[in-house]
Ligand binder design. Structure first.
Ligand code: HEC
Ligand code: HEC
Length: 499
């Protein structure tokens, strides 16, 4: 099988996974204290760089069981009797590490981890996904088979159908125009709009509205606050009403998302995970280094829970640290399977032909010097570029691949969030034809907008993420290609869509 050998090769060679006895694999250790301590690029505010919990704490956290899950249908597309049938199902575990031997087993198991929710009852509710109004209000795309493919029903107790949240699936899967689902592609579930919807519904039924407001504000500070920055960019949210907070979330379009350590005022573009194994840095600010496959496992462990245990300078997010027995985590085998699955992802078939226009566009691409940064075959040189306003510390030049040249895009994400390393990485340009929002915060919706010089003006209306209450703003920087004549721009874009 071609797919298997290719994946095995990439993951084993490029990522340095260790094969083990008997043809099977042994999962690398996720929480190796030394590897964790050197995992990240320091923050621009060096003293505030995150420190993560120690391995003895991490491994005292119990592993979360993964249950069998079932598709969620739009109310008008649910097969007759489905709901009653779900009620009659026994809980069943979907994860069994003892059965994993061949590459295919690991990869298939990794997809189960990818799809599995990590928590219940917070971001999505069964009543919502069974209500037509929710689909309308949030604008949720449906797959061809009538499913809402970004989450799944889980039965942990017979007769009690639940819907979970936080699965990789909810942000990293894309419904294509033909209704097919591409896992790993930048998601188009409007997760933050769903949050806004949920927040408004909760506020409307809150028994103690004052208390609810206070808890919601506290949540923002806990998730996103960066008090070492003066002023803390999230402080503004502490004076907001529920409606204003909901509006902040609602302003985040599909393809862009808040995430742990990224404020909803400065969200990030959801990256393409197809091809992720070959990137040297993860996150737009290059925060996490990917030295081998274990670093990808560490990344997933951090963003799916462990980040809440971090300490930023003097700020311990949870003080005191909770009892580890009350938390949950992935096992090392689950994380290894997940990482192998991510490495196995391949793009959908590209419908864009390499025609005359694309061939001319390729010439423009090389002539204009794009390849110096977006170097084939990955279409990135895997380097970091300093954001405007950041002076590269001398020691970084020896430790990281830093490009002397800045591209001048908005420095907000790189300087004013908990992921603010001061850098933006050079993103890969593969998969542009299916990806959606561009630029680190997804400020423009399409390639045509990215190469439109008008975007650099203050009176520009961004076609992607704009921000709540913002009518116009510039999407500055990265002026490469902006001055090309219209015909060459079209050719360049045609070429980019073939990658
Ligand atoms: C709430 C939405 C959400 C969920 C859930 C989520 N991600 Fe992400 N993911 C994002 C966003 C947004 C980014 C971009 C963060 C940044 O650039 O700072 C990202 C970045 C990444 C990256 C970095 C890729 C790169 O090239 O920079 C990886 C790897 C990743 N996610 C894997 C996962 C995995 C695996 C899971 C499940 C275990 C997961 N994510 C769950 C939204 C999500
Ligand atoms: C000096 C290095 C450099 C050069 C030269 C360069 N780019 Fe980029 N490119 C970047 C960086 C860095 C980003 C990310 C900027 C950000 O998001 O803030 C980027 C982003 C992009 C994006 C958006 C991708 C995404 O996922 O958001 C596209 C498309 C792109 N470049 C195409 C080009 C083309 C075409 C050229 C030549 C006309 C070019 N670039 C020249 C560094 C460069």
């Amino acid at each position: 099988m071609k797919r298997r050998s290719l994946c095995g090769l990439l993951c084993l060679l490029a990522l340095g996974a260790r094969p083990s006895r008997g043809g099977g694999k042994a999962a690398p250790r996720t929480w190796d204290d030394e590897a964790i301590a050197s995992l990240e690029v320091p923050l621009a505010a060096r003293a505030a760089s995150a420190r993560h919990v120690a391995s003895d704490f991490y491994y005292r956290i119990p592993v979360r069981p993964i249950y069998k899950s079932y598709p969620v249908y739009h109310p008008d597309r649910e097969p007759p009797g489905y709901w009653a049938w779900l009620q009659a199902q026994e809980p069943e575990l979907a994860w069994d590490a003892s059965k994993l031997a061949a590459d295919e087993d690991w990869i298939r198991a990794g997809e189960i981890v990818f799809d599995a929710p990590i928590g219940y009852g917070s971001s999505l509710r069964v009543e919502e996904v069974r209500d037509r109004a929710w689909y309308q209000g949030v604008g949720v795309p449906l797959a061809r088979d009538g499913t809402m493919p970004f989450s799944r029903y889980v039965i942990r107790k017979k007769g009690q159908v639940e819907i979970g949240g936080g699965a990789c699936l909810s942000c990293h899967a894309r419904v294509m125009p033909d209704g097919s689902l591409v896992k790993g592609a930048p998601g188009n579930f409007p997760a933050d709009r769903a949050l806004a919807y949920h927040l408004r519904a909760q506020a409307a039924s809150a028994r103690a509205p004052e208390k609810f407001l206070e808890t919601t504000r506290l949540g923002q500070r806990l998730l996103f606050g960066a008090p070492w920055l003066r002023p803390d960019p999230v402080a503004a949210m502490e004076a907001m009403s529920i409606e204003e907070i909901a509006a902040v979330y609602e302003a985040i379009p599909p393809g862009v998302s808040t995430r742990v350590n990224l404020s909803p005022l400065i969200p990030a573009q959801i990256p393409d995970l197809i091809g992720v194994g070959r990137r040297r840095h993860l996150d737009r600010t290059g925060l996490v280094r990917q030295r081998d496959i274990a670093d990808l496992m560490r990344y997933a462990a951090l963003v799916q829970g462990a980040n809440a245990l971090d300490r930023f300078g003097d700020l311990q997010l949870l003080e005191p640290l909770p009892d580890p027995a009350r938390l949950n985590r992935y096992s090392d085998e689950q994380l290894f399977a997940l990482a192998l699955y991510l490495c196995s992802l391949r793009p959908p078939r590209n419908p864009n032909p390499t025609d005359e226009a694309a061939r001319r566009g390729r010439e423009v691409f090389f002539r204009e010097g794009c390849a110096a940064c977006h170097t084939p075959p990955l279409y990135t040189n895997n380097m970091l570029t300093p954001a405007d306003g950041f002076t590269v510390p001398e020691e970084d030049r020896a430790r990281f691949d830093v490009l002397a040249r800045a591209v001048g895009t908005d420095p907000g994400l790189a300087l004013r969030t908990r992921k603010g390393t001061g850098y933006y990485k050079v993103p890969a340009l593969t998969g542009l034809w299916y990806r959606g929002a561009l630029e680190h915060s997804g400020s423009v919706a399409a390639l045509e907008d990215w190469f439109d010089r008008r975007r650099t003006r203050a009176d520009y209306v961004p076609t992607g993420f704009r921000g709540a209450g913002v009518r116009t703003r510039a999407v500055p920087g990265h002026e490469f290609g902006l001055g090309l004549p219209p015909g060459e721009k079209r050719d360049l874009i045609a070429f980019l869509r073939t990658l």
